[in-house]
Each structure stands twice: as structure tokens, then as C-alpha cells.
Design a protein around this ligand. Structure first.
Ligand SMILES: Nc1ncnc2c1ncn2[C@@H]1O[C@H](COP(=O)(O)OP(=O)(O)O)[C@@H](O)[C@H]1O
Ligand SMILES: [Mg+2]
Length: 230
């Protein structure tokens, strides 16, 4: 049975699709049989795969399967039976697909960028994770700082930590977001042009000619943390 990792955050533009594609490409590169399931109606991962097929055709293809609707959960489980790693790009809004994916996942990864570490966003994700754990009690949920300005990393981490101390529901002051989403990854993705360029080519930052070594080592650390501890 594969490890199932869902990448989700209600916020858009926080690098969910970038993180999903980097993770799937690295898993594949390391010899794991990998599939990336795209449940986002915007189909960012599917478009990434098409760009890869068109402009980076010399590289190994990435297997991306778009799935929407009620059968998302059962289809993810079917893919998990015949793969080592299943990554799900669950898109940027609360959806049936996001909820169904969380019910069958081992880990939900929540990319969180500087402007998005606000109560609304993390609150909502904490509520969704809480609900999912009623039926999937072992579900892990990690916040991953992403698209962080290079000079501002400490401040962003402090901001996230501050948000985690707030109550999930103001009428239940004892339950804090931290109680549900307590883990912030050690790894993080800095805001770098290398990610945008690679994304346009349907490639990992590691696969670019004259690659950015900092971006390449960041995604390697990200992959390693997920595979070792997820
Ligand atoms: N670390 C980063 N640095 C710079 N640009 C990034 C980074 N991560 C993502 N981007 C760019 O930001 C945009 C949104 O990223 P994307 O992964 O599509 O976010 P989401 O799936 O959360 O909406 C894309 O153009 C992508 O290339
Ligand atoms: Mg996306």
C-alpha cells in the first residue's frame, strides 16, 4: 500500500501544485512508483504534465491522473494498491474531492505562505483536519512554509507560530489550532524565480539546465522530510 500525501490549502497561489509536482518528480526519480492525482478543477498539475510532455519530452514523463467527483476516495485507494507513493493535488477550495482525499491519506501537507498565515485559512484547515480524523484518526497534518521571501523566513515562521496559538473556534477557547496542526516542517520553499521558470517547463527545479542550487537543495530537503517522517 502506497504512502498517500494530499497537498491542500484553501488559499490559492501558495505553491500547492508546485509542491505536488516537485514531490512526485523526486519520488519518481528516487525509484518509487509514483502517481500524482489532480482533483483540482483548475487542473494545474495536469497542465504541468502536458507542458512537460510538450517542451521537456526528453525527460521521463510524470504520471498525472485528473479525478473529480464522488469516486475520488476509492480511486485514490485503487492507485495506492499499485504504487509506492500517491500525491494528491487537492486544489484551493473546500471541496468534496479535498475532503474525500483527506479521509484516505496518511499526510496532509498545507503549504502556507507569508500572507496566508492568517486565522481564517489555518482555522478552516484545522476544522477540516479535525473532521477527517473522526474517520481517519491516524491522519498527519503538516504546515509547510512556502513562497517565503528569502530575507523574511524567521518572521514568517514566527507569524505561523502565533497563528497556531489562536482558538479554532472563538466559542471554544481551549482548543487551539496548534492542537490540530501542531507540526511545522523543518523544510521550506523560498520565493525564487527558479520555481516559476521550472514550472513553465514542466520540470523540477532540479531538472533545469544551470539549475539554482539553493532551490534544488530545498526541494531535496522537502522530499526527504516527507518520505522519512510522513
Ligand atoms: N517558491 C516559489 N517561488 C517563486 N514562485 C513560486 C514558488 N512556488 C510557486 N511559485 C509560482 O507561484 C504561482 C502559483 O503557484 P502554484 O503552485 O500554482 O500554487 P497553488 O497550486 O497553490 O495555486 C505559480 O506561477 C508558481 O510558478
Ligand atoms: Mg494549484
Amino acid at each position: 500500500m502506497a504512502m498517500i500525501i494530499t497537498v491542500a490549502n484553501e488559499k490559492g497561489g501558495v505553491a500547492k501544485t508546485t509542491a505536488s509536482c516537485e514531490l512526485a518528480l523526486l519520488a519518481q526519480h528516487n525509484g518509487y512508483k509514483t502517481v500524482l492525482i489532480d482533483t483540482d478543477h483548475q487542473q494545474g498539475a495536469t497542465k504541468f504534465k502536458l507542458r512537460r510532455d510538450q517542451v521537456s519530452a526528453e525527460l521521463p514523463p510524470l504520471r498525472v491522473v485528473p479525478i473529480v467527483g464522488k469516486s475520488v476516495g476509492s480511486q485514490i485507494v485503487d492507485f495506492a494498491r499499485e504504487n509506492d507513493i500517491v500525491v494528491v493535488d487537492a486544489g484551493g477550495r473546500d471541496s468534496q474531492e479535498m475532503r474525500l482525499a483527506m479521509l484516505v491519506s496518511h499526510l496532509v501537507l498545507i503549504p502556507t505562505s507569508e500572507g496566508d498565515a492568517d486565522t481564517d485559512g489555518l482555522n478552516k484547515m484545522a476544522m477540516l483536519i479535525n473532521e477527517s480524523r473522526l474517520r481517519n484518526p491516524e491522519l498527519k497534518a503538516w504546515i509547510m512554509p512556502a513562497r517565503i521571501p528569502p530575507t523574511n523566513f524567521g518572521a514568517t515562521r514566527a507569524l505561523i507560530e502565533e497563528e497556531l496559538n489562536k482558538p479554532i473556534d472563538p466559542s471554544v477557547p481551549n482548543e487551539r489550532i496548534r492542537d490540530v496542526l501542531g507540526t511545522v516542517t523543518r523544510c521550506f520553499l523560498v520565493q525564487r524565480s527558479a520555481y516559476k521558470t521550472a514550472y513553465g517547463w514542466g520540470r523540477s527545479v532540479r531538472e533545469m539546465d544551470g539549475r539554482d542550487p539553493k532551490a534544488a537543495s530545498e526541494v531535496q530537503a522537502f522530499y526527504q522530510e516527507v518520505v522519512d517522517h510522513g
